[in-house]
Each structure stands twice: as structure tokens, then as C-alpha cells.
Design a protein around this ligand. Structure first.
Ligand code: SF4
Length: 552
């Protein structure tokens, strides 16, 4: 798009400085600056230098970001000219709805540059790195594909919003739509435009919330300038994503305590079966929703969207051609033939060597073919879902077997080569927090003494919901005792935070009672139905006693 001063005239274009005569034959940078932004004083120097060097026109657009800034145009000129000694072109303060911003995109933060070449053709818009970093921009809509176990497509794993098709009546689903169908859909373009303009996105509420509480979110702005440069004003992003997280349905062989039917079809089938014996319990679970079971209304349903031959083929082509970093989750991927077909497809196309693949697995199953594929990958990582020592993980990840878990871990260790990595990813929760120190010690031993580049640990699977899995619901007396035990060992900052959090009271008296009663009712019934070799009461006798005392 060409800059035409007659059309885009920035208010009075003060003193007539910005005429086509003035700005042609030199590249120009318009800088939308939060008029009295705190960083202005120190940052403006860069533009003064550039202007004085005579290589560019530099034109400052003072901009009122939130519409609350005091001061009229006169005060703003005074501020720039006297306080900041600005010696280059300065327009009047202009509103967000100005046609300039409509055509070239709204400012993202306090210092947004609009670049035009010497023919006044618009080239790019960037937000200068290192200051005024966006609080809403995220790399994901430019770099990442995310597919939920039911095939729905989202911005990433954090959000719960599914992406709608252009008519807004349907949702994109990997079972019927290809990645190309959604990548530049109306909604994706809108998300990108808004992020670039510094506007909040409903889909991203969770990240904003976490950040406002001082918790690190998944939002990253690492490549912000590059992505913005490659985005058209309407939000179209012409490149493909290079990262993908794909949840290959919900077929699983386990019924883990913190899981739900969305991630394991076995979970839903079991809840239905218990419900046949005990309708009161079944209806109670449904009413409790996220407190006890992350209820989804699709009990026992198998999610197998990846079996559609047409979309599967397109998906594999996309992965083979574009994706550099791939995370595969289930269900349990190692039970799904299409997971291995994907490797075969990439191998046939000679693209395995471009890929870093992360596999999240419950370690109940391995495939000897992996020994051929793993060394060919650029890098691979196993996220090992182990939630406790021996019978504790067998209980939480029912009906897994400890000996099989060790066998699978050994399988990956033998094949680790130079490009492999094994990361323990325990789902930290009420049923295992008392042995967190023991789990870490066991893991370090298994890794050969110390964690390093190839043997790691992640906290990312820590359980927040269902609430009855959250350690915060335990009686105070028990939590303090566990905190004392854990604090004898030092590990890392997150470990320290867990201990700190155990010492805090997070609920009202009434909430404690209700959640504790729910924990007991849910787990007692499940234990009885499963006929487990060890019940939670046998595995955690002190918790049992403490709950009994608390509920007297
Ligand atoms: S801001 Fe958060 S929720 Fe939004 S796309 Fe990025 S990581 Fe996902």
C-alpha cells in the first residue's frame, strides 16, 4: 500500500512539514509513541540520531493509548520540543480510529514503527524490542498448531476456546478440516490483528490471569517482530506454523485419578459402569463437575478423528513439510497405529531429520520400530508420566504396572544416543505430594546421580483440577507435616513454592469440609469398583486419619 499524504493526512501535519515533497526519495519511519510514555525520554534518542544522520525521515505520531492521558496537543508539543529536544517532524496527537491506523495497523505498544520505502510504499510495522513489550501478543497464532483430543482446533493447549469456521456456526475439526482450512480463517486473522494492535483476546484469558498473579504463562513474544513483519494488515500470515501439539484422540489403556473422559475413553466407560451400579454416585459426580471429574458429557466416547484418510494424509503432509517441533499426546499415542504411520510418512519423505519430537507417554507400551526412527530425528524427548514409586503410581495411574514402567524407561534409555532426552513429568497432586522428595531422589538415582541435558524433570503436569486432586484441600495438620518432610530436601524454586503453598490455607472452613468429603466419596467408590490391591486409605494412612479427624 502506498502512503498518500492527502488521504492519510495526519491532522494539520504541523507546519506543513510532512508533504509528499519532503518524505519522498528517502525511506520514512512513522513512530507512534505513547505521548508521554515513561520510556520516551531515553528511547527517543535513537530516533533523533537516525533523523540527524539524514538517512530517513522520522515522523513522530504522539499517540494516546488508553484515551485517558491529560494534556492537549499544545502540551504535547511542548513536552517533545522542549523537554525532549525533538528536532524532527511531529504530527498532532491522533485518535485510534484514524485512517492511518486502519490501513497500516494500530500501534502495539508505546513505540510502534511504520516503515515506508523511498517510494512511500508501506513495508512493515514493528514494535521495538526491549521496551514496551506487548502484554497481549503471543507467538502461538503465528507459529503453532494445536489439536485437541476431540479434533477441535484451538490457539494452544491453554485456551478452552475452539476456533469457529468462517460462518461462525461450526467449529474447525481436524477430522473434517485441514490445517490450511483454518490457518487464515476469519477468526485467526482477527486474533492476529488484535494481538498486533495490543488488544486482549478472549481465548487468552487464562494466560493474562496467570501473569497478573505473577505466575509464568505459556505466552511468549520471542519472535514478535518477525511475525508482525510477515503479517498482512488484514491478519493473513503467509507462512506455515513450525510447531504443533497434536492430541491423537482419547484412546487410552489407563484411568488415571486426575484424568477425564476427554483424555481417556476408559475413564468414561468406567464412570458409566459404576453409574449402573450406583446411580446416586453417578448423578453426584455429574453435578460436581470440575470439582471431582472434569465431566464432559461424552462418557465412553472414542475420539478417533485422525482416522479420516483424507485429512490424515493432509495432516501428515503438513507435518512432514512444515513442522519442526512436534509434541504428541493422547490418549496414549503409543497405542495408536496412526502415530507410527506418521513416522513412516516422514521417513518416506526424508524429513525425519528436520524434526524434534516430544512424546508424552504413560510408559505402558513401546514399539521396537522406534529404535529405527529415533536416531534419525534431529532430537526427541520422552515426557515420562510417572506419579509415584511402585504401588503409588500403579494406584494413581490405574491399572499400570511398575515393572512395565521401568522396562519402558530402560528401552528409551538404551536408545538415547546423542539426540534423545527423557524428562520425568509427574502429575503432582494430593495422592503423591507426600512422597515428592522420594520421587525426585528415585529419579535422580535412575538417571545416574544427577539431572543433565539428557535426563530432566518438569513440573508442567502439576494438577490443579479436578479440585479433589489438589493438595490444597487436605487438612492443615497433614499439609504442615508433609511440608516439614519435603523441606528436609532442597531441589529447585518450584519445589520450594510447593512447600510454601502447602503451608497456606486456601479455602473456607465450609469449602474444606465439602471438598474433603467429595475426595473420600469419589475415591472410596472408585476403589471399591476397581477392587484395587491397595486402597487410598492403605496407601496414605496418615491422610486417612487426618481427614477423619477433620470431618468429625
Ligand atoms: S496467550 Fe496463552 S492462551 Fe493465548 S495463544 Fe498464547 S499461550 Fe495460548
Amino acid at each position: 500500500m502506498q502512503y498518500d499524504s492527502k488521504i492519510y493526512q495526519l491532522n494539520s501535519l504541523r507546519l506543513g512539514l510532512i508533504h509528499e515533497d519532503n518524505i519522498q526519495n528517502k525511506p520514512s519511519i512513522f513512530v507512534a509513541v505513547g505521548s508521554q510514555a515513561v520510556e520516551t525520554k531515553s528511547r527517543i534518542k535513537k530516533y533523533i540520531d537516525l533523523h540527524q544522520a539524514g538517512t530517513h525521515n522520522v515522523i513522530i505520531i504522539p499517540h494516546d493509548f488508553d484515551g485517558t492521558e491529560p494534556g492537549d496537543n499544545h502540551e504535547i508539543y511542548t513536552y517533545y520540543e522542549t523537554q525532549l529536544s525533538v528536532e524532527f517532524y511531529l504530527t498532532e496527537k491522533i485518535p485510534r480510529g484514524h485512517s492511518f491506523f486502519k490501513d497500516f495497523g494500530k500501534p502495539m505498544e508505546n513505540f510502534t514503527e511504520y516503515h515506508f520505502d523511498e517510494n512511500t510504499k508501506f513495508i512493515k510495522r514493528v514494535c521495538e524490542t526491549g521496551f514496551g513489550k506487548s502484554k497481549v501478543f503471543c507467538d502461538k497464532p503465528f507459529a503453532h498448531n494445536y489439536i485437541h483430543p476431540d479434533g477441535r482446533i484451538r490457539l494452544c493447549c491453554t485456551t478452552k476456546q475452539n476456533l469457529p469456521t468462517n460462518n461462525n456456526y461450526n467449529l474447525f475439526n481436524a477430522g473434517t478440516h485441514s490445517i490450511d482450512d483454518y490457518w487464515n480463517s476469519d477468526r485467526m486473522k482477527e486474533v492476529r490483528r488484535k494481538m498486533i494492535a495490543g488488544e486482549k483476546i478472549k481465548d487468552c484469558e487464562r494466560c493474562y490471569q496467570q501473569e497478573s498473579q505473577g505466575v509464568q504463562s505459556l505466552r511468549t513474544t520471542q519472535n514478535m517482530e518477525e511475525y508482525i513483519r510477515d503479517t498482512l494488515p488484514d491478519g493473513t500470515y503467509l507462512k506455515s506454523a513450525t510447531e504443533m501439539q497434536i492430541q491423537m484422540g482419547n484412546i487410552c489403556n489407563l484411568k488415571c485419578k486426575m484424568c477425564s473422559q476427554m483424555y481417556s475413553h476408559m475413564h468414561g466407560l468406567e464412570t458409566l459402569a459404576i453409574g449402573e451400579q450406583d446411580p446416586e454416585w453417578f448423578h453426584w459426580v455429574k453435578e460436581q463437575g470440575a470439582n471431582v471429574n472434569n465431566w464432559t458429557n461424552d462418557l465412553g466416547r472414542k475420539e478417533e478423528w485422525y482416522k479420516n484418510p483424507d485429512t490424515k494424509q493432509k495432516m501428515f503432509d503438513h507435518i512432514s513439510k512444515n513442522i519442526e517441533s512436534l509434541v504428541v499426546i493422547g490418549g496414549e499415542p503409543t497405542l495408536i497405529p496412526e502415530f507410527y504411520e506418521m513416522f513412516e510418512h516422514c521417513e518416506k519423505n526424508g524429513t525425519l531429520g528436520d524434526k524434534s519430537i516430544t512424546l508424552v507417554t504413560n510408559l505402558t507400551n513401546t514399539n521396537p520400530k522406534m529404535t529405527e526412527w529415533l536416531p534419525k530425528l534431529q532430537a526427541w524427548t520422552i515426557w515420562a508420566s510417572v506419579d509415584g514409586i511402585k504401588e503409588r503410581t500403579e494406584y494413581i495411574r490405574y491399572p499400570s504396572r511398575w515393572d512395565k514402567v521401568l522396562e519402558s524407561l530402560d528401552f528409551y534409555k538404551k536408545n538415547i544416543g546423542n539426540n534423545g532426552k527423557i524428562v520425568l513429568s509427574p502429575a503432582v497432586q494430593l495422592l503423591n505430594i507426600d512422597q515428592l522428595d522420594d520421587i525426585i531422589k528415585w529419579w535422580k538415582d535412575w538417571c545416574g546421580g544427577e539431572l543433565n541435558e539428557q535426563f530432566g524433570w518438569t513440573w508442567l503436569a502439576t494438577v490443579w483440577y479436578p479440585l479433589i486432586c489438589n493438595p490444597s484441600i487436605a487438612p492443615r495438620e497433614w499439609r504442615l507435616k508433609v511440608a516439614d518432610k519435603l523441606s528436609k530436601y532442597q531441589f529447585d524454586e518450584y519445589y520450594e513454592n510447593i512447600i510454601k503453598s502447602l503451608r497456606e490455607d486456601k479455602h473456607t472452613e465450609e469449602q474444606y469440609r465439602e471438598l474433603q468429603k467429595s475426595f473420600i466419596k469419589y475415591n472410596d467408590r472408585q476403589d471399591q469398583f476397581r477392587d484395587v490391591p491397595h486402597t487410598w486409605r492403605q496407601l496414605l494412612p496418615e491422610l486417612d486419619q487426618s481427614l477423619t479427624n477433620s470431618l468429625k
